[in-house]
Design a protein around this ligand. Structure first.
Ligand code: GLU
Length: 305
């Protein structure tokens, strides 16, 4: 950890002063109110040592980072049958694109684009008695943190402006790949995207993807080693929308970003690192977040390649 710490401190200062060419997401009105100067980082190693710097303990809306959690729960409940509903191929398209769905007959390319995450929400609704509550409890159990919660204001803000997601859900339903009520699926989707966490909480929570033998404090094994491998593989190939190749090229770790400006990245058997900086590049990924991680894996020579 000492080695990581010094490198993180140095890169933090360097990147903090870089001119940020990104823009805060404002298509969800509530996200535009977030202070764009926030910049936080936290690393947690598999032996549970944690180090954070900057705004690492400020909560923010994790947005699409939550799609790893919804995928994890759906995969756990549905098993391999899940892949009949959603594919595992990079889309090469923006996160909210409707384009491919027509040609692919309503089967989304992967669980991390909005279309795929909406289908995953539908799968979860079919399994869970109280989807919003049960999902939250699942997240609370993994992180051993009962304070985790949705941000109702952000969920409502997206609900009132999420026209593309509403279109996506209806479009997929027309192909028969949404089984439940469209309003219920979207309400659930908007809520899981509004989940709030700090960088510190994120890097602790996602250790289950870095550590094969991870078990919760209650003694539950979340997913099998093979499922862990597969989720990491989808993160590497599809975690950054149509910039997934670029992230793998520059950073070299499986990861996932969200339009709230958060990114988590996993080094299997070593650590989970999270970065938060709200201004996004043109592809919807945190500008400084990506820059930080590129410098971090380069200086620590700790990518998976
Ligand atoms: N709730 C956001 C949306 O559906 C998530 C997108 C993201 O973080 O990439 O537009």
């Amino acid at each position: 950890m000492e080695n990581y710490k010094k490198i993180i401190e140095d890169i933090y200062l360097e990147v903090k002063n870089v001119d940020d060419i990104g823009k805060v997401a404002n298509y969800i009105p509530e996200l535009a109110f977030v202070d764009s100067n926030n910049f936080g980082i936290n690393i947690t190693t598999i032996n549970n040592e944690s180090f954070g710097i900057g705004d690492s303990e400020t909560k923010f809306s994790i947005q699409s980072v939550t799609k790893i959690l919804s995928l994890t729960l759906a995969y756990k409940l549905e098993g391999e049958k899940l892949w009949e509903r959603v594919d595992v191929e990079p889309s090469g398209n923006p996160f909210n694109s409707l384009l491919q769905l027509e040609a692919d007959l309503g089967k989304p390319r992967n669980p991390f684009i909005n279309a795929g995450a909406i289908v995953v929400c539908d799968v979860l609704i079919s399994h869970l008695k109280n989807p919003k509550e049960d999902f939250l409890n699942f997240c609370r159990e993994i992180s051993d943190n009962t304070t985790l919660n949705y941000n109702e204001k952000i969920a409502q803000s997206e609900k009132s402006s999420g026209f593309r997601n509403i279109a996506l859900c209806n479009f997929i339903k027309s192909f028969g790949n949404i089984k439940n009520n469209v309003d219920e699926v979207l309400d659930f989707y908007f809520h899981i995207c509004s989940l709030e966490m700090t960088c510190k909480e994120l890097s602790q929570m996602f250790l289950y993807l870095a550590e094969d033998n991870f078990i919760t404090k209650k003694g539950t094994k979340i997913i099998s080693e093979s499922q862990t491998k597969r989720i990491n593989a989808i993160m590497l190939t599809c975690g950054f929308y149509d910039e997934s190749g670029e992230f793998a090229f520059r950073v070299g770790l499986p990861g996932k970003s969200g339009v709230g400006g958060g990114i988590i990245a996993i080094h299997p058997d070593k650590y989970c690192i999270s970065v938060w900086s709200p201004k996004l590049n043109k592809k919807g990924n945190s500008y400084k977040g990506m820059l930080f991680l590129e410098k971090f894996t380069t200086k620590t020579t700790s990518s998976i390649f």
